[in-house]
Design a protein around this ligand. Structure first.
Ligand SMILES: Cc1cc2nc3c(=O)[nH]c(=O)nc-3n(C[C@H](O)[C@H](O)[C@H](O)COP(=O)(O)OP(=O)(O)OC[C@H]3O[C@@H](n4cnc5c(N)ncnc54)[C@H](O)[C@@H]3O)c2cc1C
Length: 570
């Protein structure tokens, strides 16, 4: 006879739209009632798929990572990257839902970005990082819509924005080189015209995700162009040469190898040699960096969408587990300290969501010509801030979720370690935390963008003065923090340049937290006023108390910078 044994009941995901109260409450505030009513069946369908079919596809795609076949049986170079049917299934699902297409052919004007965000929030955690190709496809459609000549735009944008899985293109973005990803000025890839006057690109690209994409935006220096990042041009490369109809992959686009990565394992990321690949300039061969900025604005917000969505998934799973796992005679959820731990995770996830939602909302307004001048400047600072804060928080959050599962959280086939492995890329690609923190200096210098963002935060907080009880405390913390940050910005003009750089990460994180707290407070006030519902008050006050009670980080004196050198002298 078998000894009596215990088997743990696993955590079960339910329709992730229906079970995400925070998402539904924010959408009620962000969307007009008739728009929400119209899109709700799609959201409900995506929530159901995310807890079922998509999650199954994601597991399969993870279990069958991409494979590079460099030669055909007869020795011909083909460089075929084979992906699983499940990965193709994830492509089909996103295309049908219009995840990249919505901003270009949606029905709800500026609200399309909000709808897109909500759908992506549900799709991304069940898509084995297919949200990455979606992000790059959306960004390519944006850049081509804004900068490409009519022929290129009219040919390619409808493919990128197609909802037909067979027809829908995806795009990559090939920037990073061995010389550097953050410092583009060192890029060695060159573009030169051939005898027919077509541009040909030569060089090595060191990280190229979604390498099976139909096209890619590529930075290259037109031969003889200026040195540094200013001399770079932006080009569109297509898998199949649009003039000859011949495949470029295996011929002028060579796949050297696939990256062996910590996470994002279903996503094919390769090193490429461009050996004279035919390329089309995107609106001339100059100002590549400026055009690329439009692309990065889109992908950085998508990165934040994935971060916030992954955090929410972590909460869903940890709470589901805490319901069925017992310790000390009670479900984990009944243990006060574990419950507090999970509540803190839920608060962090909602803060990431609300920040991202604000960026998406403003992006939609910008694209439809509705953003005021202040909103445009504010968005310029909000995008790097949202990306860097959510990327950082997603990793810490996933780590806490792993711990919330105890030993099971460390075991691969529970699926939990994947949350942490996949989160770790979020602060790295699309600009690291430090690089984006320094970007805020440029944004302020050029557009006074940080000032605009802080003004918006202060105005929001001022409009909430007189809020009751705990919300008043949160609002007061936001006002003080925004005031301190604004004072800090005033000091930048006179600051020592090195000390200022060393200070920027602390500043940027605090800026993000202050902004998130103000948005949570605004949402809480809305819920209180309209529904007498105080859930949002708890979220806003816990977040503000956790992050805004300590002093804002001051600028380090120059002696401290010298001491940092000593600390690292080994
Ligand atoms: C899974 C994965 C997929 C990727 N996919 C793509 C892709 O599809 N296309 C693409 O183009 N790239 C891609 N990348 C590359 C990614 O964008 C780069 O790795 C990233 O931009 C950093 O560049 P780097 O690796 O050269 O690091 P470096 O630029 O060498 O940076 C190293 C460290 O130095 C810090 N640092 C750099 N400059 C400064 C500064 N001025 N002040 C303070 N700190 C600084 C950075 O924050 C970082 O911590 C991918 C990366 C990964 C991990």
């Amino acid at each position: 006879m078998e000894p009596a044994s215990f088997f743990q009941q696993p955590p079960a995901l339910r329709n992730t739209y229906r079970s995400d109260l925070a998402l539904r409450e924010h959408l009620e505030r962000l969307l007009p009632a008739e728009v929400l009513a119209e899109v709700e069946p799609e959201l409900d369908g995506m929530g159901s798929a995310a807890a079922g079919e998509l999650a199954r596809l994601a597991d399969e795609a993870e279990a069958s990572p991409p494979r590079l076949v460099q030669y055909d049986p007869w020795g011909r170079r083909v460089d075929r990257v084979e992906v699983s049917p499940a990965w193709r299934g994830l492509h089909a699902a996103q295309a049908r839902a219009g995840l990249a297409a919505l901003p270009y052919q949606g029905r709800h004007g500026p609200h399309d970005r909000v709808v897109q965000h909500a759908l992506l929030h549900l799709y991304a955690p069940s898509a084995a990082v297919y949200a990455c190709p979606v992000a790059m496809t959306d960004a390519a459609a944006r850049v081509l819509s804004d900068h490409a000549p009519a022929e290129l735009r009219e040919r390619v944008v409808p493919l990128l924005a197609s909802r037909d899985p067979e027809r829908a293109w995806t795009s990559g973005q090939w920037m990073t080189e061995r010389e550097g990803g953050s410092d583009l000025s060192r890029h060695a890839t060159v573009a030169r015209p051939d005898q027919q006057g077509r541009w040909r690109v030569h060089g090595v690209k060191w990280f190229t995700s979604a390498v099976t994409a139909d096209c890619a935006l590529v930075l290259a220096r037109p031969e003889g162009g200026a040195a540094g990042s200013r001399g770079l041009g932006l080009f569109l490369l297509e898998r199949v040469d649009p003039v000859t109809g011949e495949p470029q992959v295996g011929a002028t686009i060579l796949v050297n190898r696939l990256k062996d990565k910590l996470g994002t394992r279903a996503l094919p990321t390769a090193e490429l040699t461009l050996a004279g690949a035919a390329a089309t300039p995107v609106g001339g061969v100059d100002e590549g960096l400026r055009k690329m900025a439009g692309m990065l604005n889109v992908t950085r917000v998508h990165n934040a969408v994935s971060a916030a969505a992954g955090m929410r998934r972590g909460v869903d799973l940890a709470v589901a587990y805490a319901r069925v796992r017992e310790a000390f005679g009670r479900p984990l959820l009944d243990l006060p300290l574990h419950r507090e731990t999970l509540a803190a995770l839920a608060v962090e996830a909602e803060a990431a969501f609300v920040l991202t939602a604000r960026a998406m909302e403003l992006q939609g307004r910008l694209e439809h010509g509705l953003a005021s001048e202040v909103e445009q400047r504010s968005l310029r600072a909000l995008v790097p801030t949202v990306k860097l804060l959510t990327g950082k928080d997603a990793v810490a959050h996933a780590s806490e979720v792993v711990e919330a599962f105890g030993g099971a959280g460390y075991i691969e086939d529970t699926g939990i370690p994947r949350l942490l492995r996949d989160a770790q890329v979020l602060p790295i690609w699309e600009g690291t935390t430090n690089v984006l923190s320094l970007d805020l200096l440029r944004a302020e210098h050029k557009d006074e963008a940080v000032t605009a963002l802080l003004e918006e935060v202060s105005e929001r907080a001022a409009s909430l003065r007189g809020a009751p009880g705990a919300l008043a405390v949160a609002v007061d913390l936001v006002e003080r923090s925004a005031g301190a940050l604004a004072k800090d910005v005033l000091g930048w003009a006179l600051a020592d340049g090195e000390a200022l750089q060393a200070h920027m990460r602390g500043f940027a994180l605090r800026l993000g937290r202050t902004c998130a707290a103000s948005l949570l407070a605004g949402h809480a006030a809305h819920r209180l006023e309209r529904y007498r519902d105080d859930r949002g008050v708890h979220v806003a006050s816990r977040y503000a108390e956790r992050w805004l009670t300590g002093a804002a980080p001051g600028m380090p004196p120059v002696e401290r910078l010298l001491a940092s050198r000593q600390l690292l002298a080994f």
